[in-house]
Design a protein around this ligand. Structure first.
Ligand SMILES: C[S@@+](CC[C@H](N)C(=O)[O-])C[C@H]1O[C@@H](n2cnc3c(N)ncnc32)[C@H](O)[C@@H]1O
Length: 290
């Protein structure tokens, strides 16, 4: 299993602060809220934010729920103590009763049928299929019957539209030339980490069914990602480890970041202001405990 180390939440943070990231995640969270309301949810006592990072998804959910159904009780789970500390700071003004739980998700144990809504933003792809299954089952047990489980990710088989593949190829080829020119070579014995495994949406659909969920909706959202967002995600060590495994991660991250501008210039689509961008798909999954 590939798990990020404790400091990764902090290297990820600059990307998580970009307009693109916040915009797409807010659009997805709004859809989750809409589905809950359409599905008749009137009371949400307790929510759990899995792999909370610095609490971004919990914050977006709380901000987008109608005032009459704000949860009293929020549980944030992450394996990084530093991320949880930051989540606590970011959420304390909005939440009456906040609990921070430091554990790998696959070992999470919550009181059965005690949770109304579980969300898992931008993190499911870090776990092996086996650990995803364990986590889905843990969540299923913790949810009340009819409770909601919503998650999303931009790392899956359908995330990169075929027309955008030339951008990724160019970025990697440019970064490899840069690394070689600086004397780095690839360690071919190193395996690709889990975060580089782009599993298809059908995998998540199957997992949900096996864990005893009713799938309500799985769909793609599209984010227009501009230069700064690409530079920030490329500088994130988990991303670099996936895109250029076998090279020293810090050097790979630097090289990928430097390769963004020329690759985007050559292969990006242009918006109305002639700014280049690459569209990236983000899936959103909404399920209910049977
Ligand atoms: C990319 S961040 C996402 C943060 C936040 N949910 C968001 O959507 O912005 C992923 C988070 O997952 C956590 N994480 C990764 N694998 C984990 C695991 N197996 N158990 C618990 N936390 C994990 C990391 O520590 C990190 O804080």
């Amino acid at each position: 299993m590939n798990t990020p180390n404790t400091d990764d939440a902090y290297v990820y943070e600059p990307f998580a602060q970009t307009v693109e990231y916040l915009k797409i995640n807010e659009a997805i969270v709004r859809r989750w809220v809409e589905a809950m309301l359409e599905g008749g949810s009137k009371h949400i006592e307790r929510i759990v934010d899995l792999a909370t990072g610095v609490g971004t998804m919990a914050r977006l959910l709380i901000e987008n729920l109608p005032p009459n159904i704000k949860p009293a009780d929020v549980v944030c789970v992450d394996m990084s103590g530093r991320a949880l500390e930051q989540a606590g700071e970011n959420l304390k003004a909005q939440v009456n009763h906040l609990t921070l739980v430091k554990t790998p998700l696959q070992e999470l144990s919550l009181e059965p049928q005690s949770v109304d809504v579980a969300i898992w933003g931008n993190g499911v792809h870090y776990l092996s299929s086996e650990d995803q299954m364990k986590t889905f089952s843990n969540i299923r047990r913790a949810l009340k019957p009819g409770g909601w489980f919503c998650f999303n990710s931009a790392f899956y088989e359908e995330a990169r539209p075929p027309k955008t593949l030339s951008f990724y190829r160019s970025q990697v080829a440019t970064a490899v030339r840069n690394l070689r020119s600086r004397g780095f070579s690839r360690d071919k014995s190193e395996h690709s980490p889990e975060s580089a495994l782009y599993l298809p949406l059908s995998h998540y659909q199957d997992l949900l069914a096996q864990a005893g969920f009713q799938v309500e909706e799985i769909r793609n959202f599209v984010a227009k990602m501009y230069r700064s967002a690409w530079e920030k995600i490329s500088a994130f060590s988990q991303y670099a480890a996936g895109a250029l495994h076998g090279y020293p991660t810090d050097a790979a991250a630097e090289a990928l970041e430097a390769a963004v501008a020329p690759s985007l210039e050559q292969y990006g689509e242009r918006d109305e202001n002639d700014e280049p961008f690459i569209p990236r798909n983000w899936f959103s999954a909404i399920a209910r405990a049977k």
